[in-house]
Structure formats: structure tokens, C-alpha cells
Ligand binder design. Structure first.
Ligand code: NAP
Ligand code: MN
Length: 265
């Protein structure tokens, strides 16, 4: 597949998975792959489970740019999972042949209050944590753009565009387009508050600044992918397309468009 041979497995052990993982290890050994228990020694990180597990694997291993991430699942194939643990023939043919390609997925860099930096591969979400609305002043680069009032806002990557973003009627974006997309969660739109109302796709050289209006309900939850940040009180969230990409492998007949079709149509 590549010259990378040191594999770190990320998964939640279960009785059901154990025999499949044993078989995976046997096949790996046959082709010269070595399991490592320290992620620092890995150059391949394999996540076993759904898209949620893949997101977790990336976060828990610290978004390793030098590593190749591979998603395997024993159930349905999602957007980050390319290999089925019930189809060892296909896994073996991927290891033998040139039927795989390396993909580079854009990620977002999120900075909260100027100091804390986080990456995400799906999205950064900001949501009210109570039943009341809260307000955000939205800046694009240095331009004051709008004041949002409602449940929250989501900034997603292209690969995250099929997740939370899609539920908010955002567009599905080809991951070859280095960009980010801003969507609203239930905005108030009346004579007092006015927002764009439609999803907004921004080029990778832009910076989005979301300033939480300090009006009493200014303790929203900030999420990066499937994890909530433990920041209780924040003022400003800056989001830009990161210089970092996540490298993954895929079978040549399993492109982003195949996945969109398989999952939605
Ligand atoms: P979850 O709430 O258990 O799952 C949400 C669903 O989204 C699962 O079916 C998951 O697939 C799928 N998913 C994850 N990433 C995706 C992607 N890039 N494209 C298409 N579908 C995707 O949470 P989770 O499994 O930990 O996933 C976290 C993600 O859930 C967040 O990053 C956010 O995008 C999404 N989310 C969506 C909503 C919504 O649509 N209203 C609300 C909150 C969060 P698997 O079953 O394969 O894991
Ligand atoms: Mn404050």
C-alpha cells in the first residue's frame, strides 16, 4: 500500500469485534505490517467503528499530520470508513494492489479567546445551553457582517458538510474545495434581527470571527466535532481553514461522490 508499516489500532474492544480484529492482525502480519502500542511510533492509525469513532480516533491521537488514517467498520460504511471488516478479501486486495489512493481532507483551526486552539475535521458548533436564544456578532476577515440571534451557528469543513451542516440545510461540498461553510441554527429574523439566512461558503483564505454578545445568556456550548469544549465562558471564536490536512486512504471506487450517493440516494 505505502511504505508505512507501523499500525496503531483505535477501537473499543468488544466480544463481537475480537475475532475480526484477530483476522485483521493476521492479514496485516502477512504483508509486513507491525502493530504498535504507542501512537508516537505509528505511521498508520486505523480506527474501527463508525464515523463517530473515526472522529474520536483523530482527536485522541492528536491530529497526526504525518500519519495515514484508515477507517474500518463491521457495520455500514459511512463517510470516513472505507473498509468493511466483513470483507477481508477487499482489505487484502487493498494491501496488495494499487487500488488505493491517499486523500487529503481540509480541517479547521479554532481559536477560543485568543489562546486555546483546537482542530476539527467535521465542524465547530456554538449552541445555546439553555432554552433562551443568544447573540453572535459575525465578522468575516475584518468586516462586521451581521448579528445573529437564535440557537447557534455551525462552521463545517467539506467532509463535515454531510453531517450536522446537512441537517441545517447546508450544501454538500466536495472535499477538493478547500473551504468552510457557515450555517445557522434557527435564527430569529424580524425587524430587529436580520441575518443572511442561507448557508455561506467561504474560501480558505478567509477568517471568521464569532463574537458572543455579552448580554447575560453568554455561556453557549462550543463543540469541536463530537466533543464539547469545557470552556464555560467565552467571548470570541476564530475559525479558519487550517494548514493541517488529515491524510486518509480510500479505494479508488469509493470516492466522496460514491459515499454521498450510497448514504443519501
Ligand atoms: P452521533 O450523534 O452519534 O451521530 C451523528 C450521525 O452523524 C451518525 O450517524 C454519524 O455516523 C454521522 N456522521 C458523523 N460524521 C459524519 C460525516 N462527516 N458525514 C456524514 N455523517 C456523519 O455523533 P457522532 O457519531 O459522534 O458524530 C458526531 C457528529 O454528529 C458531529 O460532528 C456532527 O456533525 C453530527 N451532529 C449532527 C447533528 C444533527 O444532524 N442534528 C447534531 C449534532 C451532531 P456513524 O453512525 O457512522 O458514527
Ligand atoms: Mn463575558
Amino acid at each position: 500500500m505505502t511504505e508505512r508499516k507501523n499500525v496503531y489500532l483505535y477501537y473499543k474492544p468488544s466480544e463481537e469485534l475480537e475475532p475480526k480484529i484477530e483476522e485483521l492482525k493476521n492479514i496485516g502480519r502477512k504483508y509486513g505490517y507491525k502493530l504498535v502500542s504507542d501512537v508516537k511510533e505509528a505511521n498508520i492509525i486505523a480506527s474501527i467503528g463508525g464515523d463517530g469513532s473515526f472522529l474520536q480516533a483523530i482527536r485522541k491521537t492528536g491530529f497526526q499530520e504525518e500519519c495515514l488514517y484508515v477507517g474500518l467498520n463491521d457495520k455500514k460504511l459511512g463517510f470516513y470508513t472505507d473498509f468493511n471488516l466483513n470483507d477481508f478479501e477487499r482489505i487484502e486486495s487493498a494491501l496488495q494492489s494499487n487500488f488505493v489512493e491517499v486523500l487529503r481532507y481540509p480541517t479547521l483551526e479554532v481559536t477560543v479567546d485568543g489562546v486555546q486552539k483546537f482542530e476539527c475535521i467535521n465542524e465547530c458548533s456554538i449552541r445555546s445551553n439553555i432554552i433562551k436564544t443568544f447573540a453572535i456578532d459575525v465578522f468575516i476577515d475584518d468586516l462586521y457582517f451581521e448579528t445573529f440571534r437564535g440557537d447557534g451557528m455551525v462552521v463545517s469543513t467539506p467532509t463535515g458538510s454531510t453531517a450536522y451542516n446537512k441537517s441545517l440545510r447546508g450544501a454538500v461540498v466536495d472535499p477538493r474545495l478547500e473551504s468552510m461553510q457557515l450555517t445557522e441554527i434557527s435564527s430569529l429574523n424580524n425587524n430587529e434581527y436580520r441575518t443572511l439566512g442561507s448557508p455561506l461558503i467561504l474560501n480558505s483564505d478567509r477568517e471568521l470571527v464569532l463574537k458572543i454578545v455579552q448580554d447575560g445568556n453568554d455561556h453557549p456550548i462550543i463543540g469541536v466535532d463530537n466533543e464539547a469544549l469545557s470552556i464555560r465562558h467565552s467571548h470570541e471564536v476564530r475559525v479558519k481553514v487550517s494548514d493541517k490536512v488529515i491524510k486518509t486512504v480510500k479505494m479508488k471506487d469509493n470516492s466522496f461522490m460514491h459515499k454521498v450517493k450510497r448514504n443519501f440516494l
